[in-house]
Design a protein around this ligand. Structure first.
Ligand code: 9UX
Length: 72
């Protein structure tokens, strides 16, 4: 069963940053979809919890050079 995560992303300076963030997430195992909203500093991710988790997703975004936290 897929789960949805909403992540706050900071450090995106232009819309191409949002593409970088999307790519950093989409290449991970267990990711079904990732959509980054540059204007709202949010990423919505559909993932399979048996293959990945939110911590892994946050770390991938951080590794791409952005700051990521769980949105509430
Ligand atoms: Mo824009 Mo972002 O020139 O990683 S792509 S600042």
């Amino acid at each position: 069963t897929a789960a949805k995560a909403v992540v706050c992303v900071s450090g995106m300076s232009c819309s191409a940053c949002a593409v970088s963030v999307e790519n950093s997430i989409k290449h991970l195992p267990g990711i079904l979809d990732a959509a980054v909203d540059f204007l709202n500093d949010r990423a919505q991710i559909l993932y399979l919890p048996n293959l990945t988790d939110v911590e892994t997703i946050l770390q991938a975004i951080e590794n791409a050079g952005f700051q990521a936290t769980i949105s509430k």
